[in-house]
Design a protein around this ligand. Structure first.
Ligand code: GDP
Length: 297
């Protein structure tokens, strides 16, 4: 379950506070210390934690919460609102092109969940909008990558454009776009190569694909289980590619939650979807307010 430790610790801090009835400034200080530790232990970015704690404290003092009725409840409300804000306030929909096809390019490290997410998103669009997507296999470095996308395609009944592994990925994408136009596909997904870590060659290749097709959406796929590394990776990709959104995968296995709470605040880029399992239907729109409710338990 995601956020296990954080939920438990925040609940404990809030229960301690509720027990007080009347809350003094020193009680508030203690609570803020507990929240700070809970967030740091959940692997939330240090600066994000610092800003968060300061904002909650300032708001509580500014609104004279301690003098009012039910201070504990007011503080819980402020924490909930600030968690929501930290994660981006509202859900951000996929960009859509005025004329078809809408082009969605995926980027991310190897194993982050790009191929799986392409399938999940294509299925979602098919089910919800009756969309007719085409998926382009542009990872030529791992022969298994093309097969994997083809298997996903068969599973969800969405066509895959591929040219094997001997053609330059930019050329594959160029020809894939021609195919999409000919077939009037309304969405094109570009499944790109990943590496174990960010490297120049990969970034250049991704930048070349971006320059060729000017995607409506560049979705950075990030593995939530990698915590602060996920945040660093997101920053690295974003600097080179100026991504339009993030998909946070494997939230089902992320017991801490640091990436979910840090990525928006650190990169300024919205988390648009979260992956919550290996099945093709395990993809959800990211709602910061619902996530904040879930974190507070
Ligand atoms: P890629 O190298 O970035 O294309 O990553 P893949 O799509 O091949 O995914 C790597 C592994 O992560 C696969 O075993 C997927 O089933 C798994 N995976 C992807 N998304 C999720 C998710 O949201 N939850 C879980 N539990 N596993 C996921």
């Amino acid at each position: 379950m995601a956020f296990e430790g954080l939920t438990e610790r925040l609940q404990k801090a809030m229960t301690n506070l509720r027990r007080k009835g009347k809350v003094s400034e020193s009680d508030l200080r203690d609570t803020m210390r507990e929240i700070r530790l809970a967030l740091l232990e959940a692997d939330v970015n240090f600066t994000v934690v610092k800003d968060f704690v300061k904002t909650v404290r300032d708001r509580a003092l500014g609104a004279k919460v301690l003098e009012g009725l039910n201070p504990a409840q007011q503080i819980v409300k402020i924490v909930n609102e600030e968690l929501t804000k930290t994660m981006g306030e509202t859900a951000v929909p996929l960009n859509k092109s005025a004329k078809i096809p809408t082009v969605i390019m995926m980027a991310g490290l190897q194993g982050a969940g790009k191929t799986t997410t392409v399938g999940k998103l294509a299925l979602k669009l098919k089910n919800e909008q009756n969309a007719r997507p085409l998926m382009i296999a542009a990872d030529v470095y791992r022969p298994a990558a093309i097969q994997q996308l083809q298997q996903v395609g068969q599973q969800i009944d969405v066509p895959v454009f591929e040219m094997g592994t001997d053609v330059d990925p930019v050329e594959i994408v160029r020809q894939g776009m021609v195919e999409a136009e000919a077939n009037h596909n309304d969405y094109v997904f570009i499944d790109t190569a990943g590496r174990l870590q960010i490297d120049e060659q990969l970034m250049t290749e991704l930048a070349n694909i971006k320059d060729l097709v000017h995607p409506d959406e560049i979705l950075l796929v990030i593995d939530a289980m990698t915590g602060q590394n996920a945040v660093n990776t997101a920053e690295g990709f974003d600097q080179k590619l100026d991504v339009t959104g993030v998909v946070l995968t494997k939230l089902d296995g992320d017991t801490r939650g640091g990436a979910a709470l840090s990525i928006r605040a650190v990169t300024g880029k919205p988390i648009k979807f979260v992956g919550q399992g290996e099945k093709m239907t395990d993809l959800d729109v990211f709602h910061p307010d619902r996530m904040a409710d879930r974190i507070l338990g």
